[in-house]
Design a protein around this ligand. Structure first.
Ligand code: COI
Length: 365
């Protein structure tokens, strides 16, 4: 893929605001590429970050044919930048695309768009503790039609946001509230795809949780309202006896998180057992009360690992462990973050150093 790079966009040193927050600051450039049925992907370009101009009838605005991803670029101790498993995001982007009747992208192009943009915007990678450059690839349906059918035109774009960790409190326990009526996703639905509607469908419950004094929603399955699925916009895990990490099995309505997958792969190397299972909420709450579950945590790209300190259901709270961040979550967090920031060896081959010298070869001016 050749990328046309607009040379007019300003480069050079950047003064980042403090605190950055999450997803509030955006860099000067963005990647765009459009798709036309019969012609494929066209016009890959990096130009100024700008408002999009799409038709008011664009299919995405009416029927929500749209997907996204989230990944990050990290500053290494040697000053270079690296990406973490962007190929996993490319694979999931295409899984989401298939579910939403959208065109797939060549995974190498998906990664090249990210890498070239990050290389151009390298001055925007924050160096403060826990901060990173959050990368948001998106695909939206742009054909102007009110017919309910798959669009024949699409826009794939990538924006970058220098960001603090998702929770301003850092590695502190979050509280979750069990959602008793709304569900996030149903069997056969779109829960395993990273599509906008899943997030829209979650908002009323998360606002209600917030109003009741909790930070996130703990989602149950749609069919029986019995089994734990996700926490907020993240996967969730419970630690039994300080040594076994149990996470809901991917039943089709749970997003297959890249962080979740990374935890499942590295935890055995740290001496923990792992298990994917259907987890009934009643059993989870009982096992917390009886001390068998010693910790719970959320897993996602934005927050990495967020310990859960308190679970509320029907106005009653269950405190996990002592309500504090536990040693297993801490160990997993420290290990994963050290790999992501290039502070530790990466025996898994997950990281990819951003080649800032090869921009010219990948691009046409
Ligand atoms: C993540 O954990 O990275 C997420 O998917 C949350 C994101 C939508 C902010």
């Amino acid at each position: 893929m050749q990328i046309a790079i607009d040379p007019a966009v300003e480069s050079g040193p950047v003064q980042l605001p403090r605190p950055l927050g999450f997803g509030r600051v955006f860099t000067r450039r963005m990647f765009t590429r459009r798709y036309e049925a019969g012609r494929g992907w066209l016009d890959a370009a990096i130009g100024p970050y700008r408002p999009l101009s799409i038709d008011a009838a664009a299919q995405t605005l009416h029927y929500g044919q749209a997907i996204f991803e989230g990944t990050k670029a990290y500053p290494r101790p040697d000053g270079r930048l690296q990406l973490f498993r962007p190929d996993a995001n490319a694979a999931r982007f295409n899984q989401s695309a298939r579910r939403l009747a959208m065109p797939e992208v060549d995974p190498a192009d998906f990664v090249s768009a990210i890498e070239t943009l990050v290389a151009l915007e390298r001055e925007w990678v924050p160096r403060s503790e826990g901060a990173s450059l959050y990368i948001r690839p998106v695909m939206i349906a742009t054909e102007a039609t009110l017919e309910v059918r798959a669009s024949r035109e699409f826009l794939h774009y990538v924006i970058l946001s220098p960001a603090d960790p998702y929770f301003a409190s850092g590695f502190q326990p979050v509280s979750v509230r069990v959602e008793g009526s709304h569900v996030r996703a149903a069997p056969g639905g779109t829960g395993a795809a990273k599509t906008l509607g899943n997030y829209a469908a979650s908002l009323a419950a998360s606002e209600a949780a917030r109003a009741a004094g909790y930070q996130q929603v703990l989602w149950l399955d749609a069919a029986e309202h019995r089994f734990v699925e996700e926490a907020g916009a993240m996967n969730v895990a419970f630690v039994y006896g300080g040594e076994e990490i149990v996470t809901p099995a991917l039943t089709g309505s749970i997003l297959p998180g890249v962080t979740r997958d990374s935890v499942l792969r590295l935890a055995p190397d740290l001496g923990f057992r792992i298990r994917e299972a259907r987890l009934a909420l009643d059993d989870v709450l009982r096992d917390i009360r009886e001390g068998r579950i010693t910790e719970a945590f959320c897993m996602g790209t934005a927050a990495v690992i967020a310990p859960i300190g308190r679970i509320g259901r029907n106005g009653e709270d269950t405190i996990v462990g002592r309500g504090e961040a536990g040693p297993v979550a801490r160990r997993i967090y420290d290990t994963l973050v050290a790999i992501q920031y290039g502070q530790a060896d990466d025996p898994y081959g997950w990281t990819r150093i951003v080649d800032t010298t090869a921009i010219a070869e990948r691009s046409v001016a």
